[in-house]
Design a protein around this ligand. Structure first.
Ligand code: HEM
Length: 133
């Protein structure tokens, strides 16, 4: 039967970095070694040095035995989430200048200048036409 494996981000793992809350990552697997600190034959210090971090290199350097690797399973709590962190979306808002009058003027210029020019030119042409008669 398939089992559900909990996924942890590296950000979350990094929060468990104390002697009373000590997680380590080895080969993409997350271990809570808090209760093993005092029993670890390599000492608590080496584990505390890599707590909240990926300790694959240090773990391999120590040349752990097969039985040590089997023992690790007792402390396994989940796997590292392979999904890359998605940067938070930034919301861009057009600057609000808050000045009502200047906005009104800007809108008037934008939307009324052409019709007003057309009307003005038409009036001038009409006046000239009437005077000629
Ligand atoms: C759940 C995780 C771990 C378990 C269960 C574990 C278990 C053990 C065991 C049983 C030994 C005795 C030697 C052997 O049988 O290989 C040992 C030694 C050692 N471990 Fe770990 N270990 C763990 C994680 C780590 C990590 C992350 C590091 C490095 C940061 C580390 C560093 C060492 C060192 C330096 C020794 C001493 C090696 C020696 O004296 O030759 N261990 N460990």
């Amino acid at each position: 039967m398939p089992t559900l494996t909990k996924l942890y981000s590296m950000v979350e793992v990094a929060c468990h970095n104390a002697p009373d809350d000590c997680w380590v990552v080895v080969d993409g697997k997350v271990y809570d070694v808090t209760k093993y600190l005092d029993d670890h034959p390599g000492g608590a210090d080496v584990l505390l040095e890599v707590t909240g971090k990926d300790a694959k290199e240090e773990f391999d350097d120590a040349g752990h035995s097969k039985s040590a690797k089997e023992l690790m399973q007792d402390y396994f709590i989940g796997e590292l989430d392979p999904t890359p962190d998605i940067p938070e979306m930034e919301v861009f808002r057009k600057e609000q200048d808050g000045n009502f009058t200047s906005k009104l003027v800007a809108n008037a210029v934008q939307y009324w200048s052409i019709p007003a020019a057309v009307v003005g030119i038409s009036v001038v042409i009409a006046v000239l036409y009437v005077r000629q008669k």
